[in-house]
Design a protein around this ligand. Structure first.
Ligand SMILES: NC(=O)c1ccc[n+]([C@@H]2O[C@H](COP(=O)([O-])OP(=O)(O)OC[C@H]3O[C@@H](n4cnc5c(N)ncnc54)[C@H](OP(=O)(O)O)[C@@H]3O)[C@@H](O)[C@H]2O)c1
Length: 280
């Protein structure tokens, strides 16, 4: 059996590290583990027998993206799975969020994912196979206060991925969105800036932001279990890969509640909605 080659972004900590660790132990996987600082990838060395590449990648840097794709192809030939995992957060009310900082979050969470995907698609189209795993969030389906711009990035990832999936289906390229609820990674801690409300009217949200910061690494979700589920879906369920995969009980419950309520609302509004068309 020929090895499958996986590229993962953001493997220094969290989901990326869990998935990279799992893949590093597989006998039939070539792993391209990337990080802004590859020195953080020393944890992979004990598993490396020539099937692992540790490469520098800031997903906002196009020349690093191009270099990763080139090095992957020259080392391993094909690119079978891309996992767009790298991402950051930002807590702050809509009115008070810092424009430059949340724009940078869009650069990482949306444009980084887009540019990585565009860089691998020519190879996947040519080989007529591939899987693109895009980290969204339950926050790509459902919103909380103080996360408006984070939700903006993840709702963008959802729409982009859904449309892309329809464009590449004929080339046997699958797209899967991962929608976790809270997991024990660095996301709610060091990877999310917190802008506590300064405007008196928004003081009620301070506790929510502080609670998230304090709850970091105590969330219900286990990133190692998430990694095992993602690996299993991609390798054993590739033929019927779900476009959306909520991970964690809260994510699943929230997705079901949101879509159930939305369905009831759309049905209630159906005649009114349809009445806006020209008569046939
Ligand atoms: N944990 C959760 O509860 C949760 C829930 C829903 C969705 N998610 C999503 O899961 C994904 C992974 O996050 P995580 O939870 O595993 O958090 P994490 O432990 O903080 O990991 C984030 C990773 O992204 C990397 N990264 C940040 N900016 C980058 C950039 N410009 N270029 C390349 N890599 C960059 C970080 O690298 P450095 O070490 O260099 O900072 C780190 O490896 C994110 O997309 C996040 O939005 C997380």
């Amino acid at each position: 059996m020929t090895n499958k080659t996986w590229i993962i972004t953001g493997t220094s900590t969290g989901f990326g590290k869990s998935l990279a660790t799992l893949l590093a132990k597989k006998p039939d996987v070539n792993l391209v583990a990337t990080a802004r600082n590859p020195e953080k990838l020393a944890y992979l060395d004990e598993f490396d027998h020539g099937q692992i590449k540790k490469l520098t990648l800031d997903v906002t840097n196009q020349s690093e993206i191009d270099a990763v794709v080139k090095e992957t192809q020259s080392a391993f030939g094909s690119i079978d799975v891309l996992v767009n995992n790298a991402g950051i957060g930002y807590f702050g009310t809509f009115e008070e969020s810092d424009r430059e900082t949340v724009k940078y979050m869009f650069d990482v969470n949306v444009w980084g994912l887009v540019d990585m995907t565009r860089a691998v698609l020519p190879a996947m189209r040519q080989q007529k196979s591939g899987v693109i795993v895009n980290f969204s969030s339950i926050g790509g389906l459902f919103s909380f206060p103080t996360l408006s711009f984070y939700h903006g990035t993840k709702f963008a990832v959802e729409g982009i991925s859904e449309s892309l999936a329809k464009e590449v289906t004929d080339f046997n390229i699958k797209v899967m969105l991962i929608e976790p609820s809270g997991f024990r990674t660095d996301w709610a801690g060091r990877s999310s800036e917190k802008a506590l409300p300064k405007i008196e009217d928004y003081q009620q949200f301070e506790k929510f932001i502080e609670g998230n910061a304090e709850g970091a690494h105590h969330e219900a979700g286990d990133p190692d279990k998430a990694a095992a589920i993602i690996y299993d879906q991609v390798t054993d369920h590739a033929a019927d890969l779900p476009l959306r995969l909520p991970l964690g009980k809260f994510a699943s419950d929230t997705a079901i509640q949101k879509y159930t309520a939305s369905l009831a609302q759309f049905e209630k509004l159906h005649d009114l909605s349809a009445s806006a068309d020209q008569p046939e």
